[in-house]
Design a protein around this ligand. Sequence first.
Ligand code: 13P
Length: 255
Amino acid sequence: MRKPMIAGNWKMHLTRKEAGELASAIKKGLDPDLKHEVLLAPSFTNLETVKNIIFDSKILLSAQNMCWEEKGAFTGEVSPLQLKDIGCDYVIIGHSERRKIFGETDETLNKKIKSALKNNLKVIFCIGETLEERENNQTYRVLQTQIQNGLKEISKEDLSAIVIAYEPVWAIGTGKTATPDQAEDAHIFVRKEISRLYDTNTSENIRILYGGSVKAENIDELMAKPNIDGALVGGESLKADKFLRVIHYQKVLSK
Ligand code: 13P
């Protein structure tokens, strides 16, 4: 059984005060009997503030990026040791904004994933196609390349510390969510690819989150799909009431 995860990626938003207030409101609104995982990914500067609020709750802490090196002359970078030290459980690697705006490649992402795992940080590894790639029927080829290169030389055992997030670039911040069927199709493809590269058991156990304009209004139908194990939420995770509704999604019939 795969444990669902609802993750909030706060991107480059919020001051420490705002981040603290939002984390407190989310913690306060959580159903104490919630069985699935909830994770917050604030900016580096807000990690400690958020950690100090959620430390006695079930909420997990994630960074949004990291350097593959543990220490040294890498001005402006943050290392896995530093993330561990501050109390991070996870790190997001390969977000499309990192790939597109900051030129991160499959090769550097692979180095980052290996380094995170070596330092006992779990990973949310993001993949996804652009609109152009989708329109040119290249979605599966792009996903396949991102998976193959990103997970190169990563063992089956290590894969249990990785969550994959399928985030079609055209759905991020656009209000255009993939339909539940489109997301489910991509997730099935990702699972097949993991099965091909590893084995069926590994592919059955890996969690695959959907990201891209997830809202309070569409989370239930997305989570109804058998291969959608959770969500990576941007904009909607910045509003406590909306994000709490996403976290407490309603199970609908087919799940
Ligand atoms: P939005 O939910 O704002 O579309 O962002 C999705 C995302 O990029 C999460 O990592």
